[in-house]
Design a protein around this ligand. Structure first.
Ligand code: PBG
Length: 322
């Protein structure tokens, strides 16, 4: 007699499939990235990211209103300054573009969670994420600048500080800096596992933050490494991170799962610019069904273990959910 399991019993109708679905994507899982640009007066579409714009200070609230009206609860903000220099001044001065934008956004939408990306690459003349001396990105000196940046973002009203510059000790340094400045209760979302990835290509167009020499392999991780990711998470957890992130998402789902199994902190994955651009390009050619593919990607990132997903598709997805 032929014996086998009948898995199809649980797939027999849409209602039955709903009943046994294991992973659910919700609006509260989504974090929408927002670019604010000090060099423009209106909004400009990012060429390699169709549908994603950089906004001026004048237009940023229109975008935030759209996001809030769709029911999205959190944004992560990136800045493009009007000047770059060796010390990345624009990252940490009180009237930096991000600081101004945060003040404006929080005044209009106090309940929206505003996450500040804390890095220097958009602000340094070298395009590197830290301070460069003799062609080297200097770890400990960069921490001082990163901490100044975090504190200035906190003073502007950021709800979460998200350091992404991949220096060793950045969580410890920022935690200490925030505590000293009176921000003991402000959480840190660490880009704990950040690979040196080609998937960031379109973002570097968007934020104008490509390095002018060399690459980021001396501070971001080698995509071939898995155990190293767990060491990074262990360090950041010990240093006081409140969230940990894995970035990019799709090609690193195994890492998301490994990290999920190694920490009890909330886990964020970043569905980055290159992942967005690939889907958009294929969809514009009529080669894939964008809506279904996006859903599959985001559900996949959740199934891998993400609690939250930073994605340029957040608005599109929220619109469909409404
Ligand atoms: C660093 C930063 C980058 C991204 C987010 N924060 C660029 C980089 O590390 O080179 C990339 C995000 C994306 O590709 O969508 N400030």
């Amino acid at each position: 007699m032929l014996t086998f399991d009948r898995h199809r019993r649980l797939r027999s109708s849409a209602a039955m499939r709903d009943l046994v679905r294991e992973t659910h994507l919700e609006k509260s899982d989504l974090i929408m990235p927002v670019f604010v640009d000090a060099t423009i007066t209106d909004k400009e579409e990012i060429k390699s990211m169709p549908g994603v714009y950089r906004f001026s200070l004048n237009t940023i609230l229109d975008e935030v209103k759209t996001i809030v009206d769709l029911g999205i609860q959190s944004i992560i903000i990136f800045g493009i300054p009007d000047h770059k220099d060796d010390e990345g001044t624009g990252a940490w001065e009180d009237d930096g573009i991000v600081q101004q934008a945060i003040r404006k956004i929080k005044a209009a939408y106090p309940d929206l969670i505003v996450i500040a990306d804390t890095c220097m690459c958009e602000y340094t003349s070298t395009g590197h994420c830290g301070i460069v001396r003799d062609g080297e990105v200097i770890n400990d000196e960069s921490l001082e600048y990163l901490t100044k940046t975090a504190v200035s973002q906190a003073k502007a009203g950021a709800d979460i500080i998200a350091p992404s510059n991949a220096m060793d000790g950045f969580v410890a340094a920022i935690r200490q800096g925030l505590d000293k400045a009176g921000f003991k209760t402000l959480p840190i979302m660490s880009y704990a596992v950040k690979y040196a990835s080609s998937f960031y290509g379109p973002f570097r167009d968007a934020a104008d933050g490509a390095p002018t020499f060399g690459d980021r392999k001396g501070y971001q991780m080698d995509p071939a490494n898995r155990l190293e990711a767990l060491r990074e998470v262990a360090s950041d957890e010990k240093e006081g991170a409140d969230f940990v992130m894995v970035k990019p998402g799709m090609a690193f789902s195994d890492i998301i799962r490994d990290v999920r199994n190694s920490t009890n902190l909330p886990l964020v994955s970043y569905n980055v610019s290159g992942e967005y651009a690939m889907v958009k390009a294929a969809a514009q050619n009529g080669w894939i069904d964008e809506e279904k593919i996006v859903n599959e990607i985001l559900v996949g990132l959740k199934r891998a273990g993400s609690d939250l997903i930073i994605t340029y598709f957040a608005k599109d997805v929220a619109k469909r959910m409404n």
